[in-house]
Ligand binder design. Structure first.
Ligand code: PEP
Length: 251
């Protein structure tokens, strides 16, 4: 039985005082709740230490939004896995479509980042998803298969247990257009089949596959009730305590 995971990707939003404000609302809003899911927040790098200390005795875990695959050195502007770990994180988002498109990250880079996260005891939230053009050309599954297979290259079945996969159709991210529950379920089921082929049926059954793309309080329940959807990666709606809590409670 898989337990849903709801993760909030804050993207490039919120300074320290805004971080404190949102987290204090989340901590107090969730403290007496018996949750049916795990909750992760992924603030910007500058807020990670603060977020970790503010969530210390709560039911909220912290993740970063990216890492670089080298340990240290002349990589101006980059952040290593051990720095993220030192800031109190347990998770890290890897391969978000904004990293793939705006920052030109390809499958090979993403694979290196996933491996670095795993070898550093960070759990990757590994994102895959097709563009609108790819969906309209009928190659969604081909794209997803390529991203999943290449992203997981040389990753052992044991290590797979520490990976969360997130299916995020690019056309649904930040656009207000959500994949229908049936469209999302179809791709999630397809991903589980790929995992079953690469690894085993039991690993595929255990893998958490989140859906991401304009998840809101009013569509969360229907999406999360699909057999192969095990939580959500939430962008816009995680920036307000009220809407993020409503999504968590819909789980
Ligand atoms: C995201 O950035 O991962 C995301 C799903 O964003 P939004 O919920 O705003 O579509």
């Amino acid at each position: 039985m898989r337990r849903n995971i709801i993760a909030g990707n804050w993207k490039m939003n919120y300074n320290l005082s805004e971080t404190e404000d949102l987290i204090s609302k989340l901590v107090s809003g969730l403290k007496d709740e018996k949750l049916n899911c795990d909750v992760i927040i992924c603030p910007p790098f500058t807020s990670l230490s603060l977020a970790s200390s503010l969530t210390k005795s709560s039911n909220i875990k912290v993740g970063a939004q990216n890492l670089y695959f080298e340990d240290n050195g002349a990589f101006t502007g980059e952040i290593s896995a051990s720095m993220i770990l030192g800031a109190g994180c347990e998770y890290v988002i890897i391969g978000h479509s904004e990293r793939r498109t705006i920052f030109a990250e390809n499958d090979e880079i993403i694979n290196k980042k996933i491996k670095k996260a795993l070898s550093s005891n960070l759990k990757p939230i590994f994102c895959v998803g097709e563009t609108l053009e790819e969906r309209e050309s009928g190659i969604t599954k081909e794209i997803i298969k390529r991203q999943v297979v290449n992203g997981l290259k040389d990753i052992t079945e044991k290590n797979l247990e520490n990976i969360i996969l997130a299916y995020e159709p690019v056309w649904a991210i930040g656009t207000g257009k959500t994949a229908s529950p049936e469209q999302a379920q179809d791709v999630h089921n397809f991903i589980r089949g790929i995992i079953s082929n690469i690894y085993s049926k039991s690993s595929a059954e255990k893998l958490i596959i989140q859906y991401g793309g304009s998840v809101k309080p009013d569509n969360a329940k229907e999406l999360l009730s699909q057999d192969d959807i095990d939580g959500a990666l939430v962008g816009g709606a995680c920036l307000k305590a009220e809407s993020f809590i409503a999504i968590i409670k819909a789980s």
